[in-house]
Structures are given as structure tokens and as C-alpha cells.
Design a binder for this molecule. Sequence first.
Ligand code: AMP
Ligand code: ZN
Length: 491
Amino acid sequence: MMKHPMNLLARLFGKRDTAALYRPPQVFLTNTLSGKKEIFVSRKPGLALLYSCGPTVYGPAHIGNLRAYVFSDTIARTLTAAGYRVRRVINITDVGHLVGDGDRGEDKMAVGAAREHVTPEEIATRYTKLFIEDISDLSIDTDDITFPRATEYLKEQIALAKTLEEKGFAYRLPDGLYFDTEKFPGYGKLGGIHGVKLEAGARVEVVKGKRHPADFVLWRTAKPHDLQQWDSPWGRGNPGWHIECSAMIRALLGQEIDIHTGGEDHINIHHNNEIAQSEAANGRTFVHYWMHNAFLTMQGEKASKSLGNVVYLSDVVKKGFHPLALRYFFLQAQYRTPLSFSWDALAGAASALDRLWKLSRDIASESKRVAVPSEARERFLAVMRDDLATPQALSILWDSLRSEDYAPEEKWGLLEDAEAHLGLSLTSAPAFNAVSAEEMPEEMRDMLARREAARAARDFTEADRLRGEIEQKGYRIDDGSEGPVLTRVTL
Ligand code: AMP
Ligand code: ZN
């Protein structure tokens, strides 16, 4: 392994002075606040505080949600590789907020509890576990992340709401305690909406007494059928959704943090509301870099359960794909580019990753895993540090690994860096298992025979179509001198 620059400095000068001495390389990130690419400068030298809005654990996270976590993981990996210590928090929303950003609708945790005939707590435990398993399968190091549950931070949420009320930023209604957006100058600064869209948008609420359509609930008065409710200075009730992130960030990372991420759907309402609450209560800048990922769509449509086009990681695995094929698929697009999912596109990503793994195994043996720097590595680092340009990074990786211009040790060095940034198991490529004739599923044997027949008849279009179908089932075909060999990625 190549030496981490901070470790080298720590050896030379002792741990205490290392952070002050280390000048990290420049990393550029697009900040939604300015709408521009900016040089990243952390508040404390050598330390980056990173918060990502987490899932509501009333069901499994779909692959669109997973894109959001691979995105924040790519930020963390890039900053870590640039020498920062990154402190990460992803919250777990286990309080029943209402479906949608607004103040009306159905309680998601109650929906989950009714669906599975268990308590909201059991639903939360079940899907928190699944979420952490899913993101681990995508090579996100969950030991490095704090996952606070909203129900464990009620005291902090109540304290924050109380501060806002004491400072005159909130008013009471029979429905609950509301944030008064007109008292907060600059409300809506994220995404440059300044309340315009909020007034004209579809989320105009009809809560009686609300002073402005953009005002939002900090604490909601309990309804008799509410399964989750707690005592508060405003009576029994439950916290508003936005207050959870503000309160947990303050408790775990402090009043001022470096980076806050989420999907672009959160810009207008959720994140503007987080800014309003935190800056009104703390009297200082809340987040220095707001970063948002574009959406994953399902063949151009928004993923939604009612359209029946939601895909989970379990579906990906059931179809025989390695979970990292999904990560590779995400990385083929820069995080600010919308990405359209299809099973064919995933099969393409799976087959590319498979070939990359094969290349990596060959290079591992040729280089004996000795890494040396190269100009290819510099180019790779430069594009990753330029707003996480993962498609360019992948293309540098491919070109360099296939090029004759680099020694195996240089290629191995590049693979180590690529692994640190991309998390695709590039330096420990999974093994493939050859599938013997006896263990071959009937369906696969049949497809293989049909492909052989098509090849014999020189119908290469049909042969390629069948190859695609076989690959989609999680197998790879190598046409050897003894006939086709079928291999399967070990999951
Ligand atoms: P939610 O549980 O709805 O708050 O979503 C969790 C995270 O996934 C948030 O950061 C959302 O913005 C993000 N997200 C939701 N749907 C998608 C999607 N289709 N593509 C990308 N990110 C998404
Ligand atoms: Zn949030």
C-alpha cells in the first residue's frame, strides 16, 4: 500500500502537529448554495464533517435511495484519500412523519406497522438492519459511520424547538408548534427559491392559522390514533421531520459542519427548513457545502410503488448480479447527472466490472501487488478531485490498465487508488466459479445450446442476444477451445 500523507507526517512530526502541517490537495465540489464548483476548505484543518439525510425505515431502501448513499460515500472516500479524517453521520428516521414534505398526509411508520402487523419499533429495527446490510453490500464501510435514530434524540429535538420558540421564531397552533419563516431573513436561500416556489408550489398546506404557506411544523400535537407520541412543553405529540436532522447534527457534529448531502428532491423544502431552524437557533452558518445528487429514474419515469417500477438491492441479487455491479452502474454517471435504470444497463455494468476484475487479477499476479506512482494515477486523482468525475475516472482506469505504456506495478498503484476512491473490490477481485454441466440449471443449459446453434448457423445477432440474456442471469460465457465455459460471480 502507498503511504497515506497524514501518516507519514505523523511519523515525522508527531500526531499533534500533523493536521496543521498537512496541506491537502485541492478538491473541488459543487455547492448548491452558490450553484458553483468551489474549492473545498474544511473548518478544521484535516477534518471534514459530513452529514447525509438518511432513510425513513418503514420499508427497504430502493436503488434510487442507494444512489444517494453511494454518492456521499464517494465524497467521503475522495476526501479520505486526499488526507482528511472524515466524520460521518447518516440519520435513521424512525419517527412517523407524514408521507411527503408537507404537514399533512399519512404517517409512514404507521403505514409500515399496519402492513406487517407489528409495532413501529419493530418495523424500524427490521428496516434499519436491512438498510445497513444493503449499504455494506455496496462497499460502504458502516463501521465508519454513526447512525443515530430519531427516537433516541427526542430531548435534543425538543430543546431545539424550545430555543426557537424562546427566540421568537415559532408560534403555537392547536395543531402544534410552527416555524415562522417570515421571521428568518433569507429563508429559501438554497436553490435560490426565496419562498417563491414554496408559495406557488403544490405544497400549500391548509393548516388553520398558519401564517405563511412555507411555515412548517416543529412539534405536532398528538392525534388520538398516533402510535408514537411523547411528552413535551407543547403537550403530547411528535417531532416534525426537519427538526430531526438539525438536532442530531448539533448533537453529533456541532453547530457548524462542512458538508451536508441528500437527493435533489430535498433542496427546496427539507434543506431550506433545516437551514432556517439551525441558523435561527444557533446564530451562525450551519453548513458550508450543500451537495445534492440527481435522481435515478426507471427508464425515464420517477420510481414509485404505485407505478410498480421500484427496484430493491434484493431484486438485483435475486437476478444473479453482484451488488457491486449496481455501484459500478451508479459510478458510470457523475452524481449531478440524472441516471436512468434498466436491467440491460445493469447487465452492461456487471459485465464491465467482471472484465475489470479479471484484468485486476492478472495485474495482481504480474505486479506481485507492488504499487508505484504513475502519471495515470495523477490524472485519475485530478478528475476525482474535480467534483467527483467518476465517468472520467473509470475511463482513465480502463485506458491505463489496457495500455502497454504502463508497467504492471504502475497499474497496480492505479488500482489501489481507484479502489480507495470507487470501492469496487478492485484489489480483491471476487473469484468466479466455473459451472459444471451437472450443476448447470436447466434453463441455462437450454439457452447455451440455443446460442451454440445460432453461432453454428452464423446468426450472430441471435447469439449475442442470448449472451446478453445469460449475462443478465449473473453468468459469464468464455468461448474456449473446448466450447463455451460458463462462470458465475460468487455473491
Ligand atoms: P427518503 O427516505 O425519501 O428521505 O430518501 C433517502 C435519500 O434518497 C434522500 O437523500 C433522497 O433525496 C434520496 N432519493 C430518493 N429517491 C431517489 C432517487 N430516485 N434517486 C436518487 N436519490 C433519491
Ligand atoms: Zn435531513
